[in-house]
Design a protein around this ligand. Structure first.
Ligand code: GLN
Ligand code: ZN
Length: 786
């Protein structure tokens, strides 16, 4: 391509930092175990950055992005950059920066680390928070980065928080990139988003009031970057895509006026969500360029192309940074062409957001069938797509081969019989009107279920999983390697189930579970048995720190070739006279923790999964299983960033759940389980799911979470968790009695169940048995009172 053609530029908001072979993960874990020095860890980081920049340059991007690297989390990097490490850590000035960084990330002290969750279920929402606070050294809290599955470390703010330019890391990285000869765009989290993401640690403190103290530090950072000769600074302000309180909105104009004084060109980056009422604000902010998410908000592109002043750069995120599908380049070109004409010389192409949220490269996926593989593009392949789009818009014939390959792949995906299954489509088409309704109302079902199960008041149960012991993991690993035959593996799992049943009987629990020994992960287990799902070998995405997840890919119409859990559950039931609770993962959670096809609405995919689960529920009922739990811990996290879209989402999500749950008779009891979440603003929809019993995580909120259910007069039965499963601590009987009394004050005691907060897979048996023994005793004590 000749330089005269160079009117369109390409870049990305960020690249995955974990490494093609998760080098960063393994180096971090070795460093934490003391096997790799800090200096050696820094070498690994430098090497990864150099490789990732080389990939960007070699793919033809016009800038490499610097500042997206982090040893744990990019927000934590900013906490050090801006010199606002919480005072509670009592860091000494001579303590090395990296050690302070990992102390904030992982806590100081035995049970107090996110690393303690490292063996947590890939998608379990409850592993995502700091668990066991020791006041002086608890890790920073973690929470989800907008609506992604990436978790950031939450900055802590008090009226005393001060900022200083305190860390050289960013500038060192810029220098590294410059030394390697790259054209550099530095990336920063914007001041407003940084404050928004933090948490006030003093009651009633408005963290926005820190802005005036913060802006001068950003000014200093920009000065330094300018002096280093960076071409651009990308400043991420994704909060422009959420419902912002007025004071936050109005703080933008003045803040960016100040930052723009430095004179280094600023690219204001927004993503994940439409700008809506902030659109004109974003267009008129005094910055040199605006990046927008053209995948999540294509409907806004035309107005932005019109309203953004012509001297400003428009960066269109046209390649999906949140999903793994190959871009339909013809469709993308059709969207881009009119914008090219409007934005002569001032158009950039980009991924919609940082590529942090997709796996590194398809090159490693040798086991995927060639057809499926041809439909995908991971981070590295997305770089190439940007280059092809640029070449095509420059009418450069160099794009022709790539365009042809892409076209063929898109056509194959559109027509493939593996994607489109008539039987599934027909079934969705002809879903009877009442398919999402139980036959009778709850009161009638409750009576039928009480007559059938004759459970005591305050019935005791658990959430599903029991300890995934080293023996279970070893058996699965050995089975996967081919060292253990299917028969032997199944025999080993059956023995584990028998063991779990026996222990539960000895404890005197009322409703038993089989313990989920045979499941690696609550989504993968089902995905592997359903049609329409594919699995990668190396498709890892960073979830937090060194923790990565490998989401399944839902590529086609979902159907269930055969029963998935029936034989395990029936085996478990055969070993006890107590009711055995069947255990399934619900459609929304399966959807939420997968990469989902983008060629039909998510609602439709959810409904297909719901029908597969519905068949499993029916089979379990048919096999004599009277109580069936459908876990839905991800309902809340599926909420769109914009409140105006909540109702539509909740409507299809609750519909899908009900479709999965409603094939059964009145005397079959449906449970659901959700982990810790803010339920208050979605209680009507939770109630509309109409599970006979819901179990939730409440112990760490000291039952406060239940108040909303009480005030709402939640109609069905509830099991509020009475003990925290994130900690090895064994709660005593009186502690749980106290919580149950609290619960009984807000929920009719006859509707209460007694159970732990969540599954027990990360715990050991000894602590599990002690805790459950105390829990059963607590239930007995309550029965004597109410
Ligand atoms: N049944 C699952 C378990 O007990 C539920 C896990 C979850 O909700 N995250 O492990
Ligand atoms: Zn849970």
């Amino acid at each position: 391509m000749t330089n005269t053609h160079k009117t369109i530029s390409t870049h990305i908001p960020g690249f995955p930092r974990i490494g093609a072979a998760r080098e960063l993960k393994f180096a971090l874990e070795r460093n934490w175990r003391g096997e790799l020095s800090d200096a050696e860890l820094e070498d690994v980081g430098r090497d990864l950055r150099a490789r990732h920049w080389a990939l960007q340059r070699d793919a033809g991007l016009d800038f490499v992005t610097v500042g997206d690297f982090a040893f744990y989390d990019q927000v934590a990097n900013h906490i050090q950059l801006l010199g606002c490490e919480p005072a509670r850590y009592g860091f000494q000035p001579d303590q090395p920066q990296l050690s302070r960084y990992f102390t904030m990330a992982r806590g100081r002290g035995a049970a107090n680390t996110h690393a303690a969750h490292a063996d947590h279920d890939a998608g379990c929402g409850c592993g995502a928070r700091d668990a066991d606070a020791l006041p002086a050294a608890a890790a920073l809290e973690m929470t989800k980065w907008f609506d992604t599955n990436y978790h950031y470390l939450v900055p802590e703010f008090t009226p005393e928080t001060a900022f200083t330019l305190a860390c050289e890391r960013l500038f060192d990285e810029v220098a590294e990139a410059k030394a390697l000869g790259h054209a550099v765009k530095a990336a920063l989290i914007g001041p407003l988003t940084f404050l928004w993401l933090g948490k006030a640690k003093t009651d009633g403190f408005d963290r926005l009031s820190l802005l005036d103290k913060l802006l001068p530090i950003y000014g200093q950072i920009l000065d330094r970057l300018k002096a280093q000769g960076v071409q651009w600074v990308q400043i991420d302000e994704p909060i422009l895509g959420i419902d912002l309180p007025a004071p936050w909105r109005s703080a933008f104009e003045n803040s960016y006026w100040q930052l723009n004084q430095v004179g280094v060109p600023l690219l204001l980056a927004t993503y994940f969500s439409p700008l809506e009422e902030n659109l004109s604000l974003a267009c008129r902010l005094p910055v040199a360029g605006l990046h927008v998410d053209g995948v999540r908000a294509p409907q806004e592109l035309a107005s932005i192309a019109d309203w953004l002043p012509v001297h400003k750069v428009l960066s269109v995120g046209i390649v999906d940074g949140r999903n793994i599908w190959r871009t339909d380049l013809d469709a993308a070109l059709a969207v881009l062409q009119p914008i090219v004409d409007k934005r002569a010389g001032k158009l950039w192409l980009s991924s919609s957001c940082s590529l942090l949220h997709v796996p590194f490269t398809l090159a490693a996926e040798t086991a995927l069938d060639a057809e499926t593989r041809s439909w995908l593009a991971f981070a590295t392949e997305k770089l190439a797509e940007l280059n092809t789009l640029k070449q095509a818009l420059h009418a450069d014939a160099g794009a022709d081969t790539a365009l042809a390959t892409s076209r063929a792949a898109i056509a194959s995906r559109r027509a493939s019989p593996r994607v489109h299954q008539q039987a599934v489509r027909d079934r969705l088409e002809h879903l009877p009107a009442g398919a999402d309704q139980r036959r009778a109302h709850f009161a009638e079902r409750q009576a039928a279920q009480r007559a059938r199960f004759r459970l005591p008041n305050f019935p005791t149960t658990t959430i599903g999983s029991f300890p995934q012991t080293p023996a279970i993991r070893a058996a699965r690993a050995s089975f996967k390697r081919g060292d253990l035959s299917l028969t032997d593996y199944e025999a080993a799992m059956r023995a584990e189930i028998a063991d779990a049943v026996q222990r539960q009987e000895a404890l005197g629990l009322d409703v038993l579970v089989h313990g989920e020994a045979e499941r690696n992960d609550m989504v993968e287990y089902f995905g592997e048995q359903l049609d329409g799902f594919a699995f990668t070998q190396h498709g890892w995405v960073q979830s937090y720190g060194s923790r990565c997840v490998k989401p399944p890919i839902i590529y086609g119409d979902v159907s269930r070739p055969q029963a998935m859990t029936v034989s395990w559950t029936v085996h478990a039931q055969s070993l006890t006279g107590k009711p055995m609770k069947g255990m399934l993962t619900g459609p929304i959670t399966i959807l939420q923790w997968s990469f989902v096809r983008d060629d039909q609405p998510r609602a439709r995919t959810a409904l297909q999964i719901a029908l597969a689960i519905r068949d499993e529920v029916a089979d379990l009922e048919h096999a004599g299983i009277g109580i069936i739990q459908i876990d839905e811990p991800a309902v809340r996290e599926g909420l769109p960033l914009r409140r105006s879209r909540w109702t539509a989402y909740l409507d299809w999500a609750t519909h899908a759940f009900r479709v999965s749950a409603s094939a059964v008779g009145d005397a079959t009891q449906i449970h659901t389980h959700m982990c810790y979440a803010e339920f208050n603003d979605i209680l009507p929809q939770i109630a509309a799911m109409d599970a006979d019993v819901i179990t939730i995580e409440t112990s760490r909120s000291d039952m406060e979470l239940l108040n909303g259910f009480g005030q709402f007069r939640y109609p069905n039965e509830i099991g509020p968790g009475v003990y925290d499963i994130h900690s090895p601590r064994v709660p005593d009987q009186q502690e749980m009695v106290r919580l149950l009394h609290k619960a009984s004050a807000v929920i009719p005691p006859a509707n209460l169940w007694v159970n732990p907060d969540c599954g027990l897979k990360t715990r050991g048996w000894a602590e599990t048995e002690s805790a459950l023994r105390n829990m059963v005793a607590a239930a007995h004590q309550l029965r004597a009172v109410y």
